[in-house]
Design a protein around this ligand. Sequence first.
Ligand SMILES: C[S@@+](CC[C@H](N)C(=O)[O-])C[C@H]1O[C@@H](n2cnc3c(N)ncnc32)[C@H](O)[C@@H]1O
Length: 285
Amino acid sequence: MTDEQDEGPDSTAVRVALWRAMHVQVDSPPHVIEDEIGLQLAAPDEGWRRRPDMDPRGTSGFRAAIVARARFIEDLVAERAGHGVSQYVALGAGLDTFAQRRPEIASRLRVFEIDQPGTQAWKRRRLIDLGYGIPDWLRLVPVDFEAGADWWEQLSEAGFDPGRPAVVVCTGVTVYLTKDATTAILRRLAGLAPGSTLAMTFMLPTELVDDADRPALEATTPQAQAAGTPFISFHTPQEMLALARDAGFKDAHHVPGSVLAERYFADRADGLRPSSGEDLLVATT
Ligand SMILES: C[S@@+](CC[C@H](N)C(=O)[O-])C[C@H]1O[C@@H](n2cnc3c(N)ncnc32)[C@H](O)[C@@H]1O
């Protein structure tokens, strides 16, 4: 975990940003999403593509799963914005670059990116250094979900209007949080104005992961631990749906990773397919 004294990006956020860039650089078109701005922000050492976790073949399933979820979120936000929703909140935004890549949509919204203070301070500096700047419609809100501070109040102070609907996304974060922290987040979000949508990913317990994907996923567990970003929480779909419904969401749906695979990877000539292991909760107020 980073803090303000230890300014720098969270390593898990850098990894997924590099996977999004790898997709553009090593996979054949059509690209599910085109995002090399995260790579620009991260500015890794020259040999970054030789990192073991970037192995083009060995980690292709993870790379594909990351671009699938990014595309799903981007489609959802564009669709909600098209229906007049004017606030977009990304919880644990990391090196998300929607604001820089899709300014034609983002600038019509108020975009709130929440992440740990160290990651936020670093990202703010990088966006300025690279010339993207921080437009008025983009708000970087520093929050540690485990620190007990009232992030809802911080969000309001940053300009979020709880009386208006929002689209809220949270990708790749719950596995790093305690279940209590995720439950508290869901309770807060269930109080969003009617017409709001939440999309949140969660990692499945290993017994629910496809047999073919399980060894690779299990191999990453000790690596995550060693990197100081251990996998803490796995949820079954039923558990996640119950958490959302108990929190007070009007509707809650489970979107398996296989649905994203079908939607974005069907008919690819190169056989690229997302690995299983991460599913989505989509809930509305
Ligand atoms: C795997 S990254 C995902 C980033 C982004 N959502 C994406 O999909 O590219 C996980 C993110 O969760 C953030 N995170 C982890 N623990 C957190 C906490 N306790 N409070 C706030 N953010 C946290 C990390 O800083 C990191 O940016």
